[in-house]
Design a protein around this ligand. Structure first.
Ligand SMILES: O=C(O)CCC(=O)C(=O)O
Ligand SMILES: [Fe+2]
Length: 281
């Protein structure tokens, strides 16, 4: 099976991007984020990275999580605490249009699942292949692989991300495999190489994993930004990471994405969730 991960320029139509994501499970959008924004984000992430020990992130799963993340990888979230650029990234209109198309059929609104620096250190092994929807297995198994899209992810290059540095590896087409537990074999995967500001956008159903960093001294500088249906608990606790004051001047979209607004299911059937009554107190 000849596999290919398509690359699309940012000025292509949203329809074309959606067609490729639907067919292959993911696509690289070249220049999705403006380079000035990305270099601010990179500088702020590099400054903050000094406070984190490689291999310390656990994904809330103890030793198992450390293995998943990698023993020489630096990861941290709450990126809006260290960089204003993060809030601008949340406003990206193309990522918004893709998420609207893919997630809004299944929710009234979506929110941030992860906004995380993912810096893979030299000599790191490849991450185990997985699907991001594995976070919510019971829902994922509903009518798998034809069930609802739950989450949409972006791996974003903060610098040049090459195969040698540990570019994310993906198996195009694996979002349609019959067996939810089938992650294929590493030789089926191809690297999603990125220039700064490029992003791999992929369905939660796609099999992928961080690549091995085969260099001696260089770090893979990338970050992850993903959204999840608004009636599902996200990986990260953004709602309590940010205070009302920190988000007071941000747009309604950013406040919603970071869990500072109530969830309204309309036009779908369902109840209001995550209700905010603090104003009345
Ligand atoms: O670091 C990467 O390239 C991928 C990370 C990833 O897929 C994950 O942690 O879910
Ligand atoms: Fe992943």
């Amino acid at each position: 099976m000849a596999l290919e991960l398509k690359r699309i320029a940012v000025d292509e139509s949203i329809e074309e991007m959606l067609t490729v994501i639907k067919a292959d499970g993911g696509v690289i959008i070249e220049g999705l984020f403006e380079t000035g924004l990305i270099s601010s984000m990179r500088d702020d992430i590099l400054a903050a990275a000094k406070n984190f020990k490689p291999g310390a992130a656990t994904q809330g799963l103890g030793e198992l999580g450390k293995k998943f993340v990698g023993h020489n990888t630096i990861r941290f979230s709450s990126l809006g605490k260290i960089s204003e650029a993060f809030f601008d990234m949340l406003e990206n209109p193309i990522f918004a249009a893709l998420a609207d198309n893919i997630l809004l059929p299944n929710c009234g609104s979506y929110w941030v699942n992860t906004g995380q620096a993912m810096l893979i250190g030299p000599g790191s092994d490849a991450q185990p292949m997985h699907r991001d929807c594995n976070n919510w297995p019971i829902l994922s198994l509903v009518d798998w692989p034809n069930g609802p899209e739950i989450t949409l992810s972006a791996m974003i290059g903060l610098d040049s991300v090459t195969e040698e540095l540990g570019a994310t590896r993906v198996i195009p087409g694996s979002h349609r495999w019959k067996d939810f537990k089938d992650y294929g074999t590493p030789d089926m995967s191809i690297p999603a190489e990125l220039n700064p500001g490029d992003a791999l956008i992929y369905s939660g159903k796609l099999v992928h994993g961080g690549g091995a960093n085969c260099t001696k001294n260089s770090w893979r500088l990338a970050m992850h930004l993903s959204f999840v249906l608004g009636w599902i608990v996200p990986e990260e606790s953004s709602p309590i990471d940010y205070s009302d004051e920190e988000l007071a001047s941000k747009s309604p979209r950013v406040q919603r994405l970071l869990g500072h607004r109530s969830y309204d299911p309309k036009p779908h059937f369902g109840g209001g969730l995550w209700l905010r009554h603090a104003d009345q107190i």
